[in-house]
Design a protein around this ligand. Structure first.
Ligand SMILES: [Zn+2]
Length: 287
């Protein structure tokens, strides 16, 4: 199979291929409905395939589609892993592999970033002491531009407005204001929700059993849309001074690694509360 063949034309096909490939390798499959349907009326599910040791010391979690439409890439990588890289995934005696397919099946099926409630799921996983309130201080300044209540007229071309905002505030300010998440504009971009999403409920209930007793967990969550065309980066939830960053830089090269900071192609990110609860040593990788 060429890598381009790993891409599926839609969510339903991607899910069927994921289920078929993982079950044929003997992975344990589960499907978790989110109580929504696809454009053609099928039930939408988050699918999980688990392989390897039931008593792991280390667990690898590979997830796709948190941002809906970005699931086309993540699903293709999961399928390629299952179909062609099986010896890599197949496993020494103390490793467990957890593949989570379509964390946002509604967005995947309907080809949108957000879930069924306009929630950006990467902004929905708050730490226990955090609340679903507030916005970056500059977000209200951009709200009318980002979330217009009517189509722009020919006298207000989008590109001119965008350039004006970039000139006025600078790209770094914009990058660290807009995508970091907000909780005050339910119809706006990067809305993190007012409560835990269905996806978060499913993960909260099941992650402990999926991960098992592993002391070390690596989580890779595939996304698309940042950086140059055809390039990739490993975005870390840890800082440049951490031991994890040094180790990964040695392993993959500094060009590939981007630690958590306000510079680079990404923006400052949060660590997922759920996973950090369950692992002593955790590397979460998000975009
Ligand atoms: Zn994304």
């Amino acid at each position: 199979m060429s890598y381009s063949e790993a891409f599926s034309p839609n969510y339903i096909t991607a899910r069927e291929r994921f289920r078929s490939a993982s079950s044929s390798l003997g992975y344990q499959n589960s499907a978790y409905p989110i109580e929504q349907v696809s454009p053609t009326g099928e039930e939408l599910t988050i699918d999980v395939a688990i392989g390897g040791s039931p008593y792991p010391r280390r667990t690898v979690v590979i997830s796709s589609g948190l941002h809906g439409v970005e699931g086309f890439l993540g699903s293709a990588i999961q399928l390629a892993l299952l179909e062609e890289r099986q010896p890599i995934v197949a496993l020494s005696s103390d490793i467990k592999v957890v593949l989570i397919h379509a964390l946002n099946p509604y967005g995947f099926a309907w080809r949108r970033r957000w879930n069924e409630n306009n929630v950006d799921l990467n902004r929905n996983f708050l730490l226990p002491q955090e609340v679903f309130e507030g916005s970056p201080k500059d977000y209200p300044k951009f709200n009318s531009f980002l979330n217009p209540i009517s189509p722009p007229s020919q006298f207000e071309p989008y590109i001119i407005q965008a350039l004006w905002l970039i000139l006025k505030y600078g790209m770094t300010t914009l990058r660290n204001t807009l995508p970091v998440g907000q909780y005050d504009f339910p119809k706006g971009l990067f809305f993190g929700g007012h409560a835990p999403s269905k996806t978060q409920e499913i993960l909260s209930s099941n992650l402990p059993q999926w991960i098992g007793n592993a002391s070390d967990v690596v989580h890779i969550d595939f996304h698309t849309g940042l950086g140059g065309w055809g390039t990739y980066k490993l975005l870390l939830a840890v800082s440049a001074t951490s031991d994890s960053c040094s180790r990964l830089t040695q392993r993959f090269g500094s060009e590939t690694i981007e630690p958590n900071s306000t510079e680079g192609v990404s923006y400052q990110i949060r660590r997922w509360a759920l996973l950090s609860t369950f692992a002593k040593s955790l590397l979460s990788i998000f975009l």
